[in-house]
Design a binder for this molecule. Structure first.
Ligand code: XMP
Length: 518
């Protein structure tokens, strides 16, 4: 069964900051879910035949001219609708209720009291719970046929329902983790109200996808640019299971990977590994180091790395000649971010395949992961037996260590940062911090200073350790690493890595810092 035929819930996006989060939470209930712009015509929604519709939050006020809206008929399709925040206000506004500016903005964790009416969303939940509120406007009068199901001290309608038509309005944000029981509330909506069976599973997805790829490509030739990252690795394994040796994976080692990473990729995907595919490793380290020699400007370094990547691929593309299909590891957030709501087929060109479509002659692009969120991609990867080291790895930028070495890049500096980084990662894992920190690594500052080692005076580099906790990578907090762990990392790095005599822990949040070091 393709994703189009799956039982699904659709999320209609009004521009709220949590739109993707809503869809992820629905998928966590094992229900397939897609995001569409509020501009999507009603006819198209009807054709999709969703089991339920969720309206997201949004930045506007429903009563302002030109505000994002929905037709009245959307609520008359006989399909259950859940409106969240702006979506709740819009439901009331469109159906004849009143929404006004609140005397005071309600923001943050708020105690919500559930009213003693029977509401399927609150089945089995306590009568009071902490919920996440973020609104300036409030529902001052319900639309006809609705009743209040919860309130707060400041907000008379924290939620409301019209049971007869299966319409539900929630002023707070059940999709945000700060809302206690948020997941249960959404689960009650999609499973109990909409009647979804909850059968969206990643092992089924993988099997269906392998079958679908096989049917689509026949005995066509497929080319995949493998970076060793999660998305391209999972895409490559799915394809190899579908077409075996008709798949060629090209892996460019630019010499800016983490310690032993190139060898790990080769162990997994190369001829000694478990998969049946053609694997080409291009050892282009020297080419990259030569092009980067003496360059200290961060933007120039990025540009050189990107360009050289394309040049290397150009050489390989000449050898490969015409292929039928080109693989891209596009995932659902790329689809949503490249044009609201998965309607647009804009392909975000990933750094590691940058420019490839222009170099190779091909018939069609295949994107086997374009319906999945990152955590779902990881589940598919684990199901396919890809080593955890690859599947669960933290984000690693395309330009690699090139943006973790301040100043010019040399093979010697790359080795220093690789060795220090490997120690830091080992110790973070040992301390169990790898489970919670979002991204952590060692970087090479361009600082050299006097130190003393034994009886010797040294003039060596300082390593900076960086570790952040973040949800969206747009802002980040520094990980609170216990002092004993930092001390052990410092001792090991200065003892085990040549040419390092100082270790710093960078405690700058983002902003004002960035996560990377360039
Ligand atoms: P910054 O340093 O901007 O990084 O705070 C935010 C996140 O983006 C990643 N990053 C990149 N990823 N190509 C990538 O694929 C890049 O050029 C790139 N630059 C930064 C960074 O690792 C962090 O997760």
């Amino acid at each position: 069964m393709s994703a189009e035929q799956m039982e699904k819930v659709i999320v209609i996006d009004f521009g709220g900051q949590y739109n993707q989060l809503v869809a992820r939470r629905v998928r966590e209930c094992q229900v397939y879910c897609e995001i569409y712009s509020y501009r999507t015509p009603l006819e198209k929604i009807r054709e999709m035949n969703p089991k339920g519709i969720i309206l997201t939050g949004g930045p506007n006020s429903v009563y302002l001219e030109g505000a994002a809206t929905a037709p009245k008929e959307l609520f008359e399709l006989g399909i259950p609708v859940l409106g969240l925040c702006y979506g709740a206000q819009l439901m009331m506004h469109v159906l004849g209720g009143t929404v006004e500016r609140a005397p005071e903005r309600e923001y943050g964790k708020t105690s919500v009291t559930i009213d003693p009416v029977s509401c399927p969303l609150y089945e089995g939940l306590p009568s009071s719970m902490i919920c996440w509120m973020s609104h300036n406007d409030y529902i001052s009068r319900l639309a006809p046929g609705f009743e209040v199901t919860a309130h707060t001290d400041n907000c008379p309608v924290a939620s409301a329902q019209c049971r007869e038509k299966d319409l539900y309005a929630i002023q707070y944000h059940p999709e945000v983790l700060h809302t206690e029981y948020g997941k249960q509330i959404l689960s009650h909506f999609v499973l109990d109200v909409c009647g979804c069976s909850g059968s969206w599973r990643m092992d089924d997805f993988a099997d269906r996808q392998i079958e679908a790829i096989r049917r689509k490509v026949g005995d066509g030739k497929i080319l995949c640019a493998l970076s060793g990252g999660v998305d391209s690795s999972v895409a490559a394994v799915l394809l190899s299971k579908a077409v075996g040796k008709n798949l060629t994976c090209v892996f460019v080692d630019h010499g800016l990977l983490r310690k032993d990473e190139g060898d790990l990729v080769e162990r997994v995907f190369g001829p000694e590994g478990p998969y049946d595919l053609n694997f080409i490793r291009v050892n282009a380290q020297d080419r990259f180091y030569a092009r980067l020699a003496g360059e200290t400007d961060p933007e120039q370094k990025r540009k050189i790395i990107g360009e050289e990547f394309i040049r290397v691929f150009e050489d390989v593309a000449h050898q490969i000649g015409k292929v039928d299909f080109l693989v891209q590891g596009t995932i659902y957030p790329d689809v949503v971010e490249s044009g609201l709501g998965g309607e647009s087929a804009v392909i975000k060109s990933h750094h590691n395949v940058g420019g490839l479509p222009d170099l190779v002659e091909f018939r069609e692009i295949i994107e086997p992961l374009r319906d999945l969120f990152k955590d779902e991609v990881r589940k598919v990867g684990l199901h396919l037996g890809i080593p955890e080291e690859l599947v669960m790895r933290q984000p690693f930028p395309g330009p690699g260590l090139g943006i973790r070495i301040i100043g010019d890049i040399t093979a010697e500096k790359v080795k220093i940062v690789q060795d220090a980084d490997a120690i830091f990662r080992e110790e973070m894992k040992q301390a169990g911090l790898d489970q919670t920190a979002s991204q952590y690594f060692a970087a090479l500052t361009n600082v050299r200073s006097v130190g003393v080692m034994g009886d010797e005076r040294t003039y060596d580099y300082a390593i900076a350790l960086r570790s952040v906790n973040t949800v969206d990578f747009m802002t980040a907090d520094v990980t609170e690493i216990p002092y004993s762990v930092l001390k052990r990392v410092m001792t090991r790095i200065v003892n085990e890595v040549d040419h390092v005599n100082r270790v710093f822990y960078d405690i700058t949040s983002k902003p004002p810092g960035t996560i990377e070091y360039e």
